[in-house]
Design a protein around this ligand. Structure first.
Ligand SMILES: [Zn+2]
Length: 491
């Protein structure tokens, strides 16, 4: 008994020592690189070209209203006029009457090609929002150092930056060893089945395996997550799947003067509340690569928590839950997006329907979601009907130990001032998921330093990109094409 207290003190000291040791050794060692600039800057030229591309109204409304063929044709002729060297040097194919596949033939056929993916389509601008834009969304206005318009961030900027980098490389006399494909889908915003899926079909049909695919996705962001002020780059190595499930309830109609305690609408409202209060399970380990990458600059408490997830897992989950982006990063999300019910003010509603959209993290599937809903709402009166048209699993997870990933990471650090680079599960859907059929190194990255605030322009109002940042994207793609060209096969 006299030894108990000293023993407990020793245990406590050891316990604290382990936590502190893990905290202070947490985080990746960052290699530093000399800055790299491939081309003499020419921001006005690339801005001018993006402006013309934005003026082509290649709007994809929904599955039944894809981009008008005439608008795509217009865009093709704008590209032809603005990227003459590229059109002279690369072979151009029109796939499924809308998508474009440029082939820049490499000298060494033994090297597997790389592919830069993009999409020509943009989302519509809500008519009511039109007056809220500082500059009309399809004028392609260049003002105050910015290029304004729909597609300036998603993702005509990246399409034009890749094309411009190829144009400049050709102008400078560069000839690739490794074949480079530029693949521009035309229906990414409405699912990619007409565009990217057909491009991949063509690649498969021609027995083409790709060494790496680069598509839109992660960016370089400051202030995205609470407590992390230093900018960091994220590369999407997988993307979430999607399931839309309709909750349907039918009840006998009747006069509203003698109602039951809960009408169909009330019962549905309770089910919705339960679903919102009981999200799918969280897996904070998903964020470890990001936390390790920025580890050294994390605030102490956050660093300690992630370094000791075995102890602070609950705290981390609760903290991330307060931030929508943080919460979406670690679990399958639940969003109730539509509700319908009732027919008249004095009739008991014969039905109530709610639509819930789930973004599925890798490792979970539709069956898990249905089970979760049943367990949570505990109400057999409510039927669960998945929408078969809006249903796909999370993508495979790309390799972060591969040479193409290392080269991508190094190029990001060289062009963007040695910013920490981390892999992430991309929360939204992109065309990238189709490319796993022909490639295992599919990376989602937009070389753009952007604030959390400016990101609101994506699918929102006043979408814009700074001309300086656009030029930097061109520099990045020039550097990456050359770096991939010097890379040995195979990863
Ligand atoms: Zn996009």
């Amino acid at each position: 008994m006299p030894y108990l207290i000293p023993f407990l003190i020793i245990v406590l000291v050891l316990f604290v020592a382990v936590i502190l040791f893990r905290t202070f050794t947490f985080g990746d060692a960052q290699q530093k690189f000399e800055p790299l600039q491939v081309f003499a800057p020419n921001p006005d030229r690339v801005a001018e070209r993006l402006s013309k591309v934005i003026q082509c109204q290649t709007i994809a409304f929904d599955e039944t209203t894809p981009v008008e063929p005439q608008k795509l044709k217009e865009l093709r002729s704008v590209l032809e006029k603005n990227f003459p060297h590229l059109h002279k040097t690369c072979e151009k194919q029109l796939i499924n009457d809308g998508s474009l596949l440029f082939t820049w033939k490499g000298k060494n056929e033994a090297l597997d090609p790389i592919l830069f993916a993009g999409h020509q389509d943009v989302v519509p601008v809500d008519g009511q929002d039109l007056t809220k834009w500082t500059h009309a969304p399809f004028d392609g206005t260049i003002a105050d150092g910015y290029l304004w318009g729909r597609g300036a961030l998603d993702m005509k900027n990246q399409v034009v930056a890749v094309l411009e980098s190829v144009e400049r490389l050709i102008e400078s006399g560069f000839q690739p060893n490794r074949t480079v494909y530029l693949a521009l889908g035309h229906d990414e915003e409405i699912g990619g089945t007409r565009g990217a899926a057909k491009i991949v079909e063509w690649l498969k049909h021609n027995n083409i395996r790709l060494e790496a695919v680069i598509d839109e996705g992660g960016m370089i962001i400051s202030g995205l997550l609470p407590g992390i002020d230093t900018p960091f780059a994220t590369v999407g190595i997988a993307e979430k799947g999607m399931a839309t499930i309709n909750l349907q309830l039918e009840m006998a109609p009747g006069h509203s003067s003698a109602p039951p305690h809960h009408t169909a609408i009330g019962i549905m409202a309770q089910a919705i509340t339960k679903l919102e209060n009981h999200p799918m399970p969280a897996e904070p380990e998903i964020m470890l690569p990001l936390m390790r990458a920025v580890g050294k600059s994390l605030p102490f408490v956050l660093r300690m928590a992630f370094a000791n997830l075995w102890l602070f897992k609950g705290l981390v989950i609760n903290t991330l839950r307060k931030n929508p982006q943080g919460d979406a990063a670690i679990r399958t999300t639940t969003a109730v997006t539509l509700i319908k019910g009732g027919i008249k003010d004095n009739i008991l509603p014969p039905n109530a329907n709610a639509t819930v959209n789930f973004r599925i993290k890798p490792g979970e599937c539709l069956a898990d979601i249905l089970q979760h809903i049943r367990d949570t709402i505990q109400d057999e009166r409510i039927q669960l009907v998945p929408n078969e048209d809006i249903l796909w699993d999370a993508s495979p997870v790309s390799d972060t130990e591969s040479t193409p990933y290392a080269v991508l990471k190094e190029t990001i650090q060289k062009v963007f001032d040695n910013v920490p680079v981390a892999s992430q599960i991309f929360p939204a859907a992109t065309d990238s998921r189709y490319y796993y059929a022909v490639c295992k190194n599919v990376y989602r990255f937009m070389p753009l330093h952007i604030s959390k605030d400016a990101m609101k322009g994506i699918h929102g109002i006043d979408e814009r990109i700074s001309v300086e940042a656009l030029e930097k994207m061109v520099q990045f793609f020039g550097a990456l094409i050359q770096a991939y060209d010097g890379m040995r096969n195979k990863s």
